[in-house]
Design a protein around this ligand. Structure first.
Ligand SMILES: [Zn+2]
Length: 270
């Protein structure tokens, strides 16, 4: 199996401003990929086999060989063990509704700090700073990519967004932000203090495709070109199942939605 694991259904559900989708088991495997839409008339998602020279193929093991799939399948104990092996500095959060293994990072990942836009004092208690262990592993991989671009700080709008209590089944595991499995990254700060700001520097167009030989940013300022390169390297690494950008829709004008989706074999980049 090779090529693009793209679809529209997951994207539609992935980051739409609401806090959570329905509960599900992290161990459940989705029955199949979202409905593919090849260069759909809507223009909302361009799905095609990309030129092979523009995107590394998914590993020989297929989607099951990708980091995102592996992370999505981890149970809390296995994930925590991997946090330990990677020496990821964190504290456990006793409980967070919908989150399999909630934690707060207490240090940088590979020299890259991740934090929200709220004041430093409030971050220790802000729910938006809570991450599921599986997201933390993906962000550790992300850190390895962005540090090559001299990025030392990723400022986000939120990881966790507590799902509504109404109708929530006790013990259910949420998805996307409701499961603390997604991060909305808005600003990347470089070593020299300069920034790559998604809202300012993405220079995309809603409906346009994003990587894989897609038209680059317009105008192609140095910041825009760098930001696009960072994003597409993240996408190619298959550490997130869902990667949404300002090209997806207006609510994503100011951030990249980066999500591990537990138990699925597909990938969305838009
Ligand atoms: Zn999001």
């Amino acid at each position: 199996m090779r090529g693009a694991w793209l679809g529209i259904a997951a994207a539609l559900a992935a980051c739409h401003g609401r806090s959570a989708r329905g509960p599900s088991s992290p161990a459940a495997i989705a029955p199949g990929p979202p409905r593919p839409e090849v260069n759909g008339a809507s223009g909302s998602v361009a799905v095609a086999q990309p030129p092979h020279d523009s995107r590394p193929e998914i590993a020989a093991g297929g989607p099951e060989g990708t980091p995102a799939f592996r992370y999505g399948m981890l149970d809390a104990a296995s994930c925590e063990a991997e946090l330990g092996r990677r020496a990821i500095s964190h504290v456990r959060v006793p409980s967070a509704r919908g989150v399999l293994m909630p934690l707060r990072l207490t240090g940088a990942l590979r020299g890259v700090a991740f934090h929200g836009v709220t004041s430093k004092a409030s971050r220790a208690t802000s729910p938006y700073e809570i991450m599921d262990c599986r997201l933390a592993l993906a962000l550790d991989d992300l850190a390895a990519i962005v540090q090559k671009h001299n990025i030392v700080e990723v400022v986000h709008m939120s990881a966790y967004r507590p799902p509504p209590t109404r109708g929530w089944t006790e013990g259910a595991i949420g998805k996307a932000h409701g499961g603390a499995l997604a991060l909305d990254a808005g600003t990347f700060v470089r070593k020299d203090g300069s920034t790559l700001v998604v809202e300012r520097d993405f220079h995309g167009r809603i409906g346009a495709s994003t990587c894989n030989g897609a038209p680059g940013p317009n105008p192609p300022t140095p910041e825009a070109v760098e930001l696009r390169a960072v994003l597409c390297e993240i996408a190619e690494a298959h550490i997130f199942n869902v990667t949404l950008t300002p090209n997806y829709n207006a609510p994503h004008r100011n951030h990249f939605h980066l999500e591990v989706t537990a138990g699925v074999r597909w990938f969305v980049v838009h």
